[in-house]
Design a protein around this ligand. Structure first.
Ligand code: HEC
Length: 176
């Protein structure tokens, strides 16, 4: 089995060489080549992680702005049901994908400014539960907002805000 695998790897290497890609022209001494490849791979992986962190921060900022707009409208004395419902849709949309925003390696060790605490990866069940509670509250708030019933909307908004705060308490840097 081992022999067969080696044969396959060797022949695919030959195939690559036969194709005459850029690899052939790089005149790096053999001892340095693997290190250079590893560095390039690490840089590519890190660029991907940085993009993931920046995308989630953009989404979180949009959630924060949506919550602010909703609260202001609710307090204004004449809540704008259409605006509140639109913002509720944005929050529920983000809630649905939030479980994918924190892959392993996207914590402080990525070398990017992030408020994500290592507890996210140390306590994955607790974090998944916080995401799940938030998703449930976001869907309930979306339904209340769509109904136009401002009393129900106000109650659902308080529950929703509670799930934001609960997750921040345990999993986000406390910068108050
Ligand atoms: C399951 C956990 C969780 C939930 C739920 C959650 N957040 Fe956060 N939030 C975080 C984490 C972790 C960060 C730090 C992310 C980072 O810096 O990479 C954060 C950061 C933020 C930021 C700062 C973004 C920035 O980079 O400037 C805002 C604003 C925010 N959250 C708003 C909200 C609002 C509003 C809600 C609820 C509607 C919410 N969050 C729900 C975990 C959560």
């Amino acid at each position: 089995m081992k022999k067969v695998m080696f044969g396959m790897i060797a022949s695919s290497a030959l195939l690559l060489a036969a194709c005459g890609g850029a690899e052939e022209e790089v005149a790096t001494p053999e001892a340095e080549a693997p290190a250079a490849t590893e560095t390039a791979e690490a840089a590519a992986a890190n660029a991907e992680i940085v993009a993931i962190i920046e995308a989630r921060q953009d989404n979180l900022k949009e959630m924060g702005a949506s919550m602010r707009a909703i609260s202001e409208s609710m307090r204004s004395g004449s809540p704008d049901a259409t605006l509140i419902s639109e913002k509720a849709d944005i929050i529920a949309g983000h809630a649905a994908t939030m479980g994918d925003w924190f892959p392993a390696g996207s914590g402080p060790e990525a070398g990017v400014e992030t408020e994500a605490l290592p507890t996210i990866w140390e306590n994955p069940e607790g974090f998944a539960e916080a995401v799940s509670n938030f998703q449930t509250a976001a869907v309930a708030f979306q339904a209340a907002a769509a109904s136009g019933d401002m009393t129900a909307t106000g109650g659902a908004l308080r529950s929703l805000g509670g799930t934001c705060g609960a997750c921040h308490d345990d999993f986000r840097v406390d910068d108050d």
